[in-house]
Design a binder for this molecule. Structure first.
Ligand SMILES: CC(C)(COP(=O)(O)OP(=O)(O)OC[C@H]1O[C@@H](n2cnc3c(N)ncnc32)[C@H](O)[C@@H]1OP(=O)(O)O)[C@@H](O)C(=O)NCCC(=O)NCCS
Length: 294
């Protein structure tokens, strides 16, 4: 027998295997998780995980999952519908989610469309380079020859002085999306997050975090306009990788992931022209939302 259930905090932990490992901790720690499961003879066979922020009246869906043998029976759609009903009882005004292009993205889009969500939009593009390809890139003669002019200094982001950082914040020569004042500074990897400095002034940055034990994400890359397209990006990358090997040992880094916003033309130019032939995988993430009329 099928039955749909809104789970309480205690029941949620027994369903965490039905979401991505990277979300499990956040769901457990969330002050207001909203989780709906489809049970079959008392056992969960599908689950939607969300968190609700009562101040912002906003909900975010982490994941929607239905076990393979129960797919295409309307269970995914029922879980989303029930979740939305629950959220509306809590006076939720907006719900959003992020998903990756892949085998199930068309199904997700179709389920969202049936529930009257807005058309999804492109969120970010992730470019993956395995260590082997990275080593090939770094050993090409043009990269070997590449060095930054001596009037530049590359320094760990965390070594910048308060004065330098304040000056940058006041001047703000970057678009909001490439702000180095990241939303989760605790995730930033101190060893490999770098700033480019000239005469004491910050001219660029490349900030990183570990996606997992062996994959380093180049999350936020910016150089002032006059320094774009002249190889600063690869020079930065070289420095960052060298530091990574020095600090963590050569065995740790197995993959790098360069992240770009779809509208960031200079990052796309950098990736396509400099990293293009070495890329292993391109992952596109989309976001979708729905606003409830009050
Ligand atoms: C994506 C996912 C949750 C969908 O769950 P689901 O239970 O199969 O979803 P539904 O059954 O409601 O809808 C899926 C399709 O089955 C169709 N369907 C629903 N009931 C049906 C029935 N009785 N007979 C035939 N088809 C049916 C739907 O119309 C829909 O088709 P469409 O894609 O052509 O529009 C599921 O495929 C899954 O868990 N995938 C792996 C995890 C994943 O990628 N999740 C998304 C990111 S978080």
């Amino acid at each position: 027998m099928f039955s749909i259930q809104v789970l309480d905090k205690k029941q949620i932990s027994s369903c965490l295997h039905m979401t991505f490992p990277r979300y499990r901790f956040a769901i457990e720690k969330s002050p207001c998780p909203v989780v709906v499961a489809m049970m079959f003879y008392g056992k969960p066979i599908g689950c939607v995980f969300a968190k609700f922020n009562p101040e912002k009246k906003h909900a975010f869906i982490y994941s929607l999952f239905v076990q393979k043998r129960y797919q295409k029976k309307g269970i995914g759609s029922s879980l989303l519908k029930r979740l939305e009903e629950e959220l509306q009882k809590k006076d939720c005004q907006e719900i959003s989610t992020v998903y990756t292009e892949g085998d199930f993205s068309k199904t997700i889009e179709s389920i969202l469309k049936k529930q009257n969500w807005e058309k999804p939009t492109s969120l970010e593009v992730l470019y993956e380079l395995p260590r082997k390809s990275l080593s090939r890139l770094l050993s090409t003669s043009w990269v070997k020859k590449l060095s930054l002019p001596s009037y530049f200094q590359v320094t760990p982001w965390t070594n910048l002085s308060e004065e330098q950082v304040n000056e940058l914040e006041n001047e703000k020569p970057y678009p909001d999306d490439l702000s180095p004042f990241v939303k989760s500074p605790e995730l930033m990897d101190e060893a490999t997050s770098l700033a480019l400095v000239r005469d004491g002034k910050i001219c660029g940055w490349m900030l990183t975090f570990w996606q997992n034990e062996n994959a380093l994400v180049f999350n936020c890359f910016f150089v002032r306009e006059e320094l774009q397209k002249v190889g600063v990006g690869v020079a930065f990358l070289k420095e960052s990788i060298q530091l990574c090997d020095e600090v963590y040992g050569k065995d740790r880094l197995k993959k790098i992931i360069a992240k770009s916003l779809p509208e960031n033309a200079s990052m796309i130019y950098f990736v396509e022209n400099r990293l293009g032939p070495y890329l292993d995988k391109i992952i596109r993430n989309y976001q979708a939302k729905k606003t409830y009329l009050m």
